[in-house]
Design a binder for this molecule. Sequence first.
Ligand SMILES: [Zn+2]
Ligand SMILES: [Zn+2]
Length: 256
Amino acid sequence: MKFRVLGCSGGQVPGKNLSSYLVNDSLLIDSGSVTSVLDLRAQQQIRNILITHVHLDHVMGLATMADNLFGNCKSTVHVWGIDEVIAAIKSSFFNDTVWPDFTQITGDSQPWPVMTFHSLAGEDPMPIAGLTVIMVRVNHVVPSTAFFIDDGKKTLLHVGDTGPTERVWQIARRKRNLCAVVLEASFPNRLQSHADMSRHLTPRTLAHEVEKLGRPSVPILVTHLKPQYRLEIIRELKKIKGYRLRILKEGNSLRF
Ligand SMILES: [Zn+2]
Ligand SMILES: [Zn+2]
């Protein structure tokens, strides 16, 4: 499985991009920075998009990507999320006010909609992009999910924005072929109350989550650092011993 980091930051400044990851060149996880990183040709190769939650830093690229692909795509792009996520994108984003509803618009140059939304109940294995995807709810201020992505040999666990959570670790503990976990650390420890209120993690609560997983050999790929606290968060992460923590960067390409 190829895993490419387009954006992994919890805020946007030059060189730090919003959440967006590309699996095997054709499956996108979140769309925060997709159109500012990938050229049009690479955007045209994306056939499926998994959305963790509807916060703008995770969905904004849907707007610009749909616009770019109109008249330029060979088939519709399938956008997947739990029921509340898809409902919120429809009512608050692709609602013909904030942005045109690109799931409805067709024309001579574009005979089918550029995007099709699919809402899922969660926890059912779904065949998507030649992989098996399971969505599991996590703990954020709006409904948010983790994705288990299994290529038949290895399973990558991508956890979206979350505060302390349980269910996802219950399932992850049993996944023998778990190869890595993408997990957030948005704020430094001194802003713990802010992290708790906004349902995010600090290095302190990330360490608790990693203990719940209880798999020290599985790499933890840390993401969603707020750029204004980045160095402080990194200093605190480096003090966590006994686990394989790696802080992801824009441009990283991993193979599992
Ligand atoms: Zn969020
Ligand atoms: Zn976020």
